[in-house]
Write a protein that binds this ligand. Sequence first.
Ligand code: HEM
Length: 472
Amino acid sequence: MHTNLTVPIAHHMKQRYQAARRLPLPPGPPGRWLLGNTMPKSHVPFQFARWTGTLWACHRIFVVIGSHQAATDIMEKEGANLADRPRSIAVQETLSDGLGVLLQGSGERLRRLRRVLHAGLQPKVAESYEPIQTRHAKNLVLDVLNDPKNHQGHAMRYSASVVMSFTYGKTTPTSYADPEVVAVNKALARFGQAIRPGAYLVDTYPILRFVPGYLSQLKAWQKENLALYDRQLDTVRRQMREGNTRPSFARFMLEHQKEYQLEDKDLAYIAGAMFTAGSDTTASAITIMMMAAATHTDAQARVQEELDNVVGRMRLPTFGDQEMLPQVTAFMLESLRWRPVSLGGFAHRATKDIIWKNYLVPAGATVIGNHWAIANDPEVFSEPHRFNPQRWIDDAGRVRSDLRFFTFGFGRRVCPGQHVANRSVFVNTALISKIDTLAFSDTANIRAAPFEICFAKRIDENVIRELCAPGK
Ligand code: HEM
């Protein structure tokens, strides 16, 4: 948080808070008298990263956290007072019928959901999914070699297949055109669209929910989603009755439904949430890692050297090698810091007043840890714009245990899928084929081995045509 920024100008509100609680709010960007700050319409995370501090909008207080220290002190240490989410009428109450995990407010239901998520995704269980990840990562590498242009599509197929495998025990390699994957992706796209800040005015003006027809589209999607998730869980139930299920998260929940006090609807929704939360995110992390590899060949060469030394070329790297592969781990950690998947972070809500360095984060405030700003905090990550995996390595050549980035969010709402996700990124980083900038023909004048580049235009082609027209 930049304490040198000027205070917001929604003065009357600010003074009320200060008088009541005697401490100032963290300073933020200037806003307009009475109206407070105008919320950005696009590229919200980047805009918020420039605006760290307190914002006022629509009579709500937003505290945007942009430094590593403030994230540690507030989001982590005060995690118990920030486990709540701001109310979400459009997505949580309507589209998800109050059943979603990501936007569930704090309290008894959240505790039950997180308990079962933790049990089904904790490190020991995540370890049991490693063979699934290894198998699909090998397919990903073969797909990339076969059709390099479509590497992003392959990463998406990888992530979708892995989620479907460990959630429902699907064994067949999932294609992205698989009707089931198409259906869950449709649900995911609708969720993604609805959750965009400002997508539904009803979250600012709750009265709108009484306007006839206003929420009807979301309600129709809600029915479709629930039917889809029910069908998927029913398949596992049927397989259990027939005695031919494989271990999966869904089976685990069905077997322990009583113990975790979950209703049928909860189960269907939690399993469905695995895809929503874990598919695109993982694909994006893998693609970022590949982007880093393609654009930082020196850093990648170091990873390849380590792989050659530790694993050699007669076998593939495995999870068992990770301890001995600090460069692979560092490359992955740096990719996740360099371009954080959850760029803007998810909103938490303070349920108690939090005091930080003589500032007040008042109860009721929406508190957002801005991953982009924190990743670029020069106090912790020197030259933050540089992609430098070595920042994660200590003097003894090991992965530093004293440095961390908040790839998976904060405190009590930290991503429960992190152990599964990290394994996916690790195994794909270790398996990804080498980008060799010394791959030339053995001839007097060298010729580069085939490689692909995507060109983006800087100048519109019509302008180029015009400039190149005869007589110009
Ligand atoms: C690289 C991949 C992933 C990234 C970067 C990621 C990141 C995140 C972040 C930032 C949050 C919100 C944390 C906060 O509110 O502070 C979150 C929540 C969540 N993630 Fe992930 N995630 C990934 C993969 C996964 C996977 C594979 C799963 C499931 C297997 C998963 C399940 C969830 C769930 C259920 C939540 C909601 C938790 C809650 O609100 O209490 N995520 N994730």
